[in-house]
Structures are given as structure tokens and as C-alpha cells.
Design a protein around this ligand. Sequence first.
Ligand SMILES: [Cu+2]
Length: 158
Amino acid sequence: MSFLKGTVVSLVLFTFSHPLFADSLQYEDVKATPTFALAKMGAVYGSFKNVSDTPLLITGLQVDAEIAASVELHESYIKDDMASMKQLNLPFTLAPQQELVLRRGGKHIMLIGLQQPLTSGMQFQLTFSLQDQEAITVPVVVSEAVQQDSAEHKHHHH
Ligand SMILES: [Cu+2]
């Protein structure tokens, strides 16, 4: 009955990504960078916007155990000409209409304890736990084409 099983799985995924939840958190360009074979960490970039009228609290981040052991929100910074990064504590609050842009050299989502290298074209799910709301599962594609922390950062505003 593998056909039936497949159907159930797709229904579950559909439920989690139902447009209903896009009412509060919208996302775009969610991508992870490819890693080298023995990498233990990977980064996810993209844009996340609270399009609701109330603050949105991101209380947790999860990824498939087959992808990585844990997920953290990080911020890169330069100190004494050295690039470094720190973990940002959750919950992370997005004010109404506030956008969280994750990009190289800035805030990013860190996958820690990679179980396998991330290769171009791979896809996986990242789950955002939200206070007082259903969790949102966001599809992530592994791609070289991630947002750069540069002036020509081309994000379309409406
Ligand atoms: Cu990091």
C-alpha cells in the first residue's frame, strides 16, 4: 500500500504549508548554501515577514533529524577584522509588518551537526514554532544563489 502511504504524507505536508498560515508569516527565497563533504554546519538564508497586525514570536526552529541535529538563529559580525557569529536567543520577536532578512554576513539560520553534506538541488523542511499559533513548515532548497549582504540586495517591495 505504498501509494496510500504516499498520499497521507503529501496531505500532511499540504496541511503544514497551507496558505492560511501565510497570513502571519510570509517567506521567500529560502535557500541553504551547499557545503563540503565533511561539513558539520550549514546556513539558511531568506526573507521572513510578519504580515499580521500583531507581534509574532518565533519560539523554536526544527529540521529533520536526517538533515541536522539542531537549528539556531545566528548573527555574523566583524571584530578585529575577524568574521565571527553569535547565537540569538529565542523567542525572536517580529513586530507587525517587520521583515527578518537572513543573508550572508548578517543574520542566518545555522544547521548544527549536519548528518550529510548539503548539495545543490537538495530540499528539506524547516519548521518555525510560533507562540499561540500553528508551527509553519518552510521548504528550503540548497542553492548557490543566496542573498548577498550587499547594496544591490534586490528585494522587491510592494
Ligand atoms: Cu552561524
